[in-house]
Design a protein around this ligand. Structure first.
Ligand SMILES: NC(=O)c1ccc[n+]([C@@H]2O[C@H](COP(=O)([O-])OP(=O)(O)OC[C@H]3O[C@@H](n4cnc5c(N)ncnc54)[C@H](O)[C@@H]3O)[C@@H](O)[C@H]2O)c1
Length: 359
């Protein structure tokens, strides 16, 4: 037998910067395209963002830019949209020296990042998030992907952008419910990482808030890019949140489901005597003040068996138990070494849902 080794050990540096400010986009783009040239640039956006911004900001991009718009909505974060976009790029002769720009919310960011990571085996992309959720969460960390008929984000890659540019001016046109969706992630950052940040959120200086959330998310991602340990803490509230979203056929907004997920996961932490009653009460109060708990009524009497089986089918859960992140105190998650999520069985869920008056 003969052997030929394919030696691929190499040091790579995928670092990038996040630029944050109000009305910074024009200057940033001017500077960026002065320093970097591309054969052709594809701005990918959804139909809502297109309607509000295409005319206004086309002139900020170089002449060799093309716009590609897909229909807004999570239901379009799928293989069909991906293939349509890829065909459009091919028709316009996009090559390996081209750049994609994700201009939009998390759906746009996820699909554009995924497309960039597989188009001709990978081309450069930048993120220009326009929703609060995308600014504080989805545009950072390099997770890309699309949904399949079996669930959310089941096809995807880890692929980091060249840069993320956050212009908080975009928030002016964002619907109130989308602000609530982003706010849930911001509260999550406070709960898992930074109590002071959480307690000072009342001051709605978005530039400051977005910056702190970006710091927290990028710290976690840089310690554990591929979610082998620490990055799991970002799933706090999401195991149950995603389950609720699916159980109610996506009729409840994502942020509401995550907030309720955080409440229930905090309650489990308290019932296990990991989190103090005082901290739990404070969390409940904060979520109540933001209006999230008004939705408890909507999930009252839910089908817990069905919710449990939905959560079990999530890719992160194994062996008849659902794994969730637990809180040790406000600002700190519970861990055992490099393990940050812990199994919960259906009986424990039933008990906690009963104490919360959901069942
Ligand atoms: N990659 C990751 O790490 C990661 C993390 C969290 C969430 N996600 C993904 O992000 C997606 C959710 O992101 P989202 O909440 O931004 O959804 P989204 O992209 O659908 O945007 C929400 C809505 O706001 C509209 N919109 C966006 N910016 C606007 C603006 N400035 N003015 C007016 N309308 C605007 C959009 O058209 C859409 O209707 C989900 O698909 C989720 O899976 C990914």
């Amino acid at each position: 037998m003969q052997k030929v080794s394919v030696k691929l050990k190499k040091k790579v540096d995928y670092s990038y910067d996040i630029y944050i400010g109000n009305k910074i986009l024009g200057d940033w783009l001017l500077d960026y395209f002065k320093q970097n040239s591309f054969s052709i640039i594809g701005i990918i956006t959804d139909s809502n963002v297109d309607k509000i911004y295409k005319e206004k900001i086309t002139s900020l991009f170089p002449k060799n830019s093309r716009w590609f718009t897909f229909s807004a909505g999570e239901e379009n974060k799928n293989i069909n949209t991906l293939l349509q976009l890829s065909s459009s790029l091919q028709k316009e002769n996009f090559d390996r020296k081209s750049l994609l720009v994700a201009l939009g919310g998390g759906v746009t960011g996820d699909i554009t990042g995924f497309l960039a990571s597989i188009y001709m085996r990978g081309i450069s992309f930048i993120q220009i998030p326009t929703s609060l959720l995308a600014m504080v969460d989805s545009s950072i960390g390099g997770k890309t992907g699309i949904d399949t008929e079996f669930g959310k984000n089941l096809l995807g890659t880890f692929s980091q952008p060249e840069a993320v540019v956050i212009d908080t001016e975009f928030l002016k046109t964002l619907p109130e419910i989308e602000i609530k969706n982003g706010m849930a992630e911001i509260i999550k950052h406070g709960l898992i990482f930074d109590k002071d940040y959480l307690l000072n959120l009342k001051d709605t200086d978005y530039e400051k808030i977005v910056k702190r959330s970006c710091e927290i998310k990028s710290y976690v991602v840089s310690k554990d890019e591929k979610e082998n340990g620490l990055r799991q803490i970002l799933n706090f509230g999401h195991t149950i949140g995603h389950g609720l979203e699916k159980l109610f056929d996506f009729s409840l907004p994502h942020g509401i489901c995550v907030a309720l997920g955080m409440l229930i996961e905090s309650r489990i932490s308290m019932e296990r005597k990991i989190l103090s009653i005082e901290d739990y009460n404070q969390i409940e109060n904060i979520l109540k003040n933001y209006g999230y708990l008004n939705y408890l009524e909507k999930i009252k009497g839910l089908d817990i068996e069905k919710l449990f089986s939905i959560m079990l089918s999530d890719k992160k859960n194994l062996k008849g138990k659902v794994r969730i992140v637990l809180l040790k105190k406000i600002g700190r998650v519970y861990n055992e070494g490099n393990i940050y999520s812990f199994p919960v069985d259906i009986n424990e869920f039933i008990k906690v849902f009963q104490t919360l008056n959901i069942l």
